[in-house]
Design a protein around this ligand. Structure first.
Ligand SMILES: O=C(O)CCC(=O)C(=O)O
Length: 285
């Protein structure tokens, strides 16, 4: 439920400047330790379920203990994941950037275990990308339009490099192409994002970013929440069970993809966008 606590955590001028200039910013201690621990237990249970079956539901192939586990559409798996959708410390940053005609079009969790001891450690280029696949090819404007952003909540300690950290090229959200060294080294301006459990990173979908190798002894875990405009198609199957949807308050229902009809994604009436109604009521727009 959105509250005064959200109003107290609206995006600051410094955060907005950093987002516009660098394409991302860090929110320290976005989650309290108890919440981080509870989320980690849930993530571990999902990962273990698939490890026990040796099956990766995303790639539809074998899953082993050392493989990166990418698991989309996880909001359906537990109400605690839905609690993060409108988290008081971070969600106000989302409406502060994108406005109110938004929903969560995509979510995924990632578990990145350490590489096996005998892994090939020769330098290899990271998987640098902007989000949203064909959007980057088929939209004709330059720089590309923002359209969406993600928040990643770190559940494991990524405060040292070498732990599968998230890498970014600050400011690259306004560039359509980047130079990738051919010898496998990092681009000159690449920056490792160091974050502790409970910290969150808010990043523009256009920011060139990549996961790095985990050469530590700890498994990296992160929850990624994508928010975009309501006229953007879902990127996940979004199979939210009816009972979870029904018990959610109207703003959560909006964030879960609710609305009155298809046209309301483009030309919303108040019933389509309770977030707008709430922001108006509190004189925030
Ligand atoms: O796992 C990571 O650090 C990167 C995740 C990513 O590339 C993405 O969410 O688009």
């Amino acid at each position: 439920m959105i509250s005064q606590y959200h109003i107290d955590h609206q995006i600051t001028a410094a955060e907005l400047r950093q987002f516009n200039e660098d394409g991302y910013f860090l929110v320290k201690n976005a989650l309290p330790p108890e919440m981080t621990e509870k989320l980690e237990v849930k993530v571990d249970a999902i990962h273990q379920f698939y490890l026990d079956r040796g099956y990766d539901p995303y790639t539809k192939s074998a899953l082993t203990a050392h493989q990166n586990f990418f698991y989309p559409n996880f909001l359906k798996d537990d109400p605690i994941f839905i609690d993060l959708l409108d988290w008081p410390v971070t969600f106000p940053k989302v409406w502060g950037i994108l406005g109110w005609n938004i929903y969560s079009y995509h979510s995924h969790l990632i578990v990145t275990p350490p590489r096996p001891a005998d892994a090939d450690r020769s330098p290899r280029s990271l998987g640098w990308h902007q989000d949203s696949g064909r959007v980057n090819v088929e939209m004709e404007s330059s720089p590309r339009p923002r359209l969406s952003l993600k928040i990643v909540y770190w559940l494991s300690d990524c405060s040292q490099p070498g732990r599968g950290n998230f890498y970014v090229l600050p400011g690259s959200h306004l560039r359509d192409q980047i130079e990738k060294p051919t010898d496998g080294s990092l681009p000159e301006e690449a920056m490792v994002v160091l974050a502790e459990p409970g910290d969150a990173v808010v990043f523009d979908r256009r920011l060139w970013h990549a996961r790095s190798e985990n050469d530590s002894e700890m498994t990296r875990k992160g929850l990624f929440y994508g928010y975009g405009y309501r006229w953007l198609r879902p990127k996940d199957d979004m199979t939210i069970p009816e009972d979870l949807f029904k018990v959610s308050d109207p703003i959560r229902q909006q964030l879960l993809g609710g609305g009155t009809n298809a046209n309301g994604h483009f030309s919303p009436k108040d019933a389509d966008v309770p977030l707008k109604v709430w922001l108006e009521k509190h004189s925030l727009i």
